[in-house]
Design a protein around this ligand. Structure first.
Ligand code: AMP
Ligand code: GLY
Length: 405
């Protein structure tokens, strides 16, 4: 099978790593990729958000499957363009990807499908925003309606800060605060049916102790020893199946991965957000543990033939720690040299935002590296990840020290 992966982050490196280990994959390509991905796949300089360019590349490569990683290409219609030239694509259509592209649309689908989530108002004026904030009270939750790379959400006790964020965005969703631990669940969907992957937890704040600004994610781990056994089944029944049924009913069936961000509240699991793609960095740990070969699984989703696969996982735990560039998430510094990337026995480095300059690997994004450690239990996986983090050298870099503790 010839597979083309679209994207250039740690998630795409994780996808490429798993696909490169799958004996069914005869050729692996990635566009645009990064310095680390280039070691496991042939990389192509393509604008990932240009549907015609991606479809053209897929045709030239005679790809049997295109896997679209990030949200921006999906929302731009890249998966549609690939399917239009007759090539199976793993990733929702432009319309179905609006489940991530517009928080207001996601709320509308959840309401129509009876999915448990925070009560919310969509607001376009300061008066509406003030009324909604007053009704719900603190802590205030204000979300930019559109795509914001994990940085569009403000959760604060400060009414002025909440109002300022609402003012800065054209349209916001203001919702009730959900109290409880967060869990990320990926459901692989083929348009009509779905299967859950092992849940993970990510750490979204920039600083230790869940302080500092929201980021795309600073680390993650799986499995979650503290959740109930039947949590995935409950979320499939209460969230995933109703959601994909509603999208199919509207004529926009969902193909790809539905990322369900949940808060486990006292009243049961409730949806915090949907994403139209694999979560990053949760993917790095979930795919590390997934034993079932990935290519056939993703292809069966892309062709509407998922069925009811029985997935298997490696025992033990995986922990990923993100090494970020100086000044991430505000305005990350790029171009810093990176060394110390060699794997150890139980840890390895995935590239999240890197490039090669004059033969030297340099930073090229906010989240630069995703360091994965594995072990028989969470504590050992964590130790192995941090041991390798300690060996990586990059001027100005920072990471959280409390991932999976
Ligand atoms: P989102 O981009 O929707 O995932 O939001 C980013 C982060 O903001 C989430 O991971 C939560 O930690 C927090 N958040 C979002 N919505 C809520 C909510 N309704 N209640 C509490 N925290 C929230
Ligand atoms: N890790 C959170 C996300 O991918 O949105």
């Amino acid at each position: 099978m010839r597979v083309l992966v679209i994207g250039s982050g740690g998630r795409e490196h994780a996808l490429c790593r798993s696909l490169s280990l799958d004996p069914q994959v005869s050729e692996l390509h990635c566009a645009p990729g990064n310095a680390g991905i280039a070691a496991v796949a042939t990389v192509h300089p393509v604008d990932a958000t240009n549907p015609a360019d991606v479809a053209g590349l897929a045709q030239r490569l005679h790809a049997d499957l295109v896997v679209v990683g990030p949200e921006a290409p999906l929302v731009a219609g890249v998966a549609d363009a690939v399917r239009d030239v007759g090539i199976p694509a793993f990733g929702p259509s432009q319309q179905a990807a609006m489940i991530e592209g517009s928080k207001a649309f996601a709320k509308e689908i959840m309401s129509a499908a009876g999915v448990p989530t925070a009560r919310a108002y969509t607001c376009t004026t300061q008066d509406e925003a003030r009324a909604a904030l007053t009704e719900f009270g603190a802590p205030y939750v204000v979300k930019d309606d559109g795509l914001a790379a994990g940085k569009g959400v403000v959760v604060t006790d400060d009414l002025d800060e909440a109002l300022a964020h609402a003012e800065a965005c054209e349209r916001v969703v203001i919702e009730e605060f959900l109290d409880g631990p967060e869990v990320s669940l990926f459901a692989l969907c083929d348009g009509t049916t779905a299967v859950a992957l092992q849940p993970a937890q990510d750490f979204k704040r920039a600083l230790d102790g869940d302080r500092g600004p929201n980021t795309g994610g600073m680390g993650a781990y799986t499995p979650l020893p503290w959740i109930r056994d039947n949590l995935s089944d409950q979320v499939m029944n209460e969230v995933v199946h109703p959601t994909i049924n509603e999208l199919a009913r509207r004529g926009t069936p969902y193909t790809g991965v539905l990322y369900v961000g949940l808060a486990l509240t006292a009243k049961g699991p409730k949806v915090i957000e949907f994403n139209a793609r694999f979560g990053d960095p949760e993917t790095e740990v979930v795919l590390d543990r997934l034993e079932t070969p990935l290519a056939g699984l993703l292809l069966s989703c892309a062709t509407g033939e998922l069925g009811t696969p029985k997935l298997t996982y490696r025992s033990g735990s995986a922990v990923v720690v993100i090494v970020a560039a100086e000044n991430y998430p505000a305005d990350p510094v790029k171009g810093d040299a990176i060394t110390g990337l060699e794997p150890t026995e139980h840890a390895y480095v995935l590239h999240a935002g890197t490039a090669v300059e004059d033969g030297q690997i340099v930073s090229n994004g906010g989240r630069v590296l995703a360091v994965v450690g594995t072990g028989p239990d969470q504590a050992s996986a964590r130790t192995n990840a941090y041991e390798l983090v300690g060996k990586v050298k990059m001027r100005g870099s920072h990471h959280r020290t409390d991932i999976a503790r």
